[in-house]
Design a protein around this ligand. Sequence first.
Ligand code: BGC
Length: 388
Amino acid sequence: MKTIKQGVCLLMCSLMLLSCKDEKKEDMQPTTEAKAKSSIVKSDYATTKDGVKVEKYTLTNANGMTIEVITMGGDILSLTAPDKNGKFADVVLGYTTPDLYLDGNPYFFGAVIGRYGNRIAKGKFTLDGKDYQLTVNDGPNSLHGGKGFDKRVWDATPVEGDEPGLKLTYTAKDGEEGYPGNLKVTVTYTLTNANELAIAYEAETDKATVVNLTQHSYFNLSGDFSKSIESQELELKAGKFLPVDGTLIPTGELKAVAGTPFDFTKAKTIGKDINVADDQLKKGLGYDHCWIFDDASNSLKEIGSLYDKESGRFMQVYTTEPAIQFYSGNFIDGTKDSKTGGKYQKRSGLCLETQHYPDSPNQPSFPTTVLKPGEKYTTKTTYKFSVK
Ligand code: BGC
């Protein structure tokens, strides 16, 4: 690991190595000597309307895999992974200009989501006998924390070591968006040499509150965002999901996936059942639901995978969380420029948001999302990239 000052030089070396790799596809496994050194490069990204500087960090691991992260929202702008020929491509959706990241990130591209990822019915909940009213921003409900963590500028500290990391911190104020408690949040991204994006979330509060943190990257493993994710295969080790009402709030039922379009217990293409006549698919305009893992433990377990047959890219997902929101990009409306040309369309990308259940603060039968003073919120999620 080199210092940031030396990073520019290292990035150039890495790019040179990458271009060599592209030319020699048959010889892709880097030898020890040829392995690029990991690096962290910091650069100025943009300035918000309020004059706050937003920085960009480019992390490169020893295999040449990269992520670009900005301090606005902890947004991941790009993530490159090799295909079966060793060719790297960016596999996450992102805007082509900074303004959309600075002015509200309408699709939550690549963002850290909090204080409460997903929906809270009518933006209301009661905790320790006190009623709280949150910002309502999604029909009658509160989604992704109102003006949430995706719309805040975080402090960043590079984590030096064999595997590059970036530690992001943000303190949400007591009362911010209606939530109780000053909440100190740390999110650390690490790009491991096993080609994993490992994310560690931590939080502490000075008053009882609710917390549900996640990451909102839209994956398309083909690296060509003009291709729909419907041909990619998803597996979820989840025998149950949460049916929703017309505003996408869980009804409280845990429904078996067997015999429904929601059965991903054996890998199948996302497009296979997405258009069948089904009341739940109609409500979500596709998949926009929470799946409950069979393994309810809070150990870091593999809970599923995504596979793009054509490129061979395979992504396994590991988490300590009990559930995942699989969102098939149904609300992408064809108005935003794509990094690979044209516009992003419905189903150009999909989110695999590991988390606790939506609306838990109002549903006592769901695992709790309450965090009390003196407790530490710690969760982990890892996206591991390889080829098949
Ligand atoms: C939600 C979708 C929402 C999207 C916003 C997802 O996490 O499940 O309903 O439209 O975020 O980009």
